[in-house]
Ligand binder design. Structure first.
Ligand code: PRP
Ligand code: URA
Length: 226
């Protein structure tokens, strides 16, 4: 039995999702294919995560008569990628909801403590009235996502849905315990973290694989403005 509120954890176990996640894991998957797969997975996951959006009726004139159509009610989404890797999932969400606003939260993990170090925050000013979809492919310790939730709560967000691709039990527990306000969606729950807080079996460093970068071993750099 998990020791967190499992009712707020949604694991997307659709066969297409599992197929694509397995391709993502392979070290032989190219940057181009990795990026494409992340985009496709964001669409599939977003479709599931948004299935309870409220609808309202409205009048539609067909070529033959007037009927009642249905449309998404209220303000549209805010998609919030956690930089960098979350950027890879934005296009997928915008494919589903093209009018969504996009905010950005920049943070990287301190290489020693693995704690998130925030370096950028730019949010739509009305997140309070929007369904907020936070996207980040990896949920490891949960520090980054917890910090993202804290920023968003501070900005007034109430309906927060977090979408990750690969998660591990430690991170899931930390995020769900940290905030009773969020729903968490993921495509798989991996085994554990290694000594460097990387997910096992995982897929490596999602940001590096999406953007084709590679840090020197042991070197994680924050931005320097000097
Ligand atoms: C990765 C990932 C998450 C974070 C997860 O980002 O995209 O944001 O690590 O780890 P956590 O759950 O232990 O906080 P990273 O810090 O590597 O930055 P990057 O996306 O810029 O590569
Ligand atoms: N960030 C990643 O990109 N991968 C991990 O396994 C853990 C954190």
């Amino acid at each position: 039995m998990p020791d967190y509120d499992a009712s707020r954890l949604h694991v997307i176990d659709h066969p297409l999702v599992q197929h694509k996640i397995s391709l993502l894991r392979s070290k032989d998957t190219s940057t181009k294919d990795f990026r494409q797969l992340v985009n496709e997975l964001a669409i599939l996951e977003g479709y599931e995560a948004l299935r309870d959006l409220p609808l309202e009726d409205y009048e539609v004139q067909t070529p033959l008569e007037t009927t009642i159509g249905r449309r998404i009610a209220g303000k549209k989404l805010a998609v919030i990628p956690v930089l960098r890797a979350g950027l890879g999932m934005v296009e997928g969400l915008l494919t589903l909801v093209p009018s969504a606003r996009v905010g950005h939260l920049g943070m990287y993990r301190d290489p020693e403590t693995h704690d998130p170090v925030p370096y950028y925050c730019n949010l739509p000013d009305d997140v309070r009235n929007r369904t907020v979809v936070v996207v980040d492919p990896m949920l490891a310790t949960g520090g980054s996502l917890a910090a993202a939730i804290q920023f968003l709560r501070g900005a007034g967000a109430r309906d927060i849905r977090c979408l990750t691709l690969v998660s591990c039990p430690e991170g899931i527990k930390n995020v769900l315990d940290f905030s009773p306000y969020v729903e968490l969606y993921t495509c798989c729950v991996d085994r554990q973290l290694d000594d460097n807080a990387y997910i096992l079996p995982g897929l490596g460093d999602a940001g590096d694989r999406i953007f084709g970068t590679r840090l020197h071993p042991g070197v994680q750099s924050g931005p320097s403005f000097e």
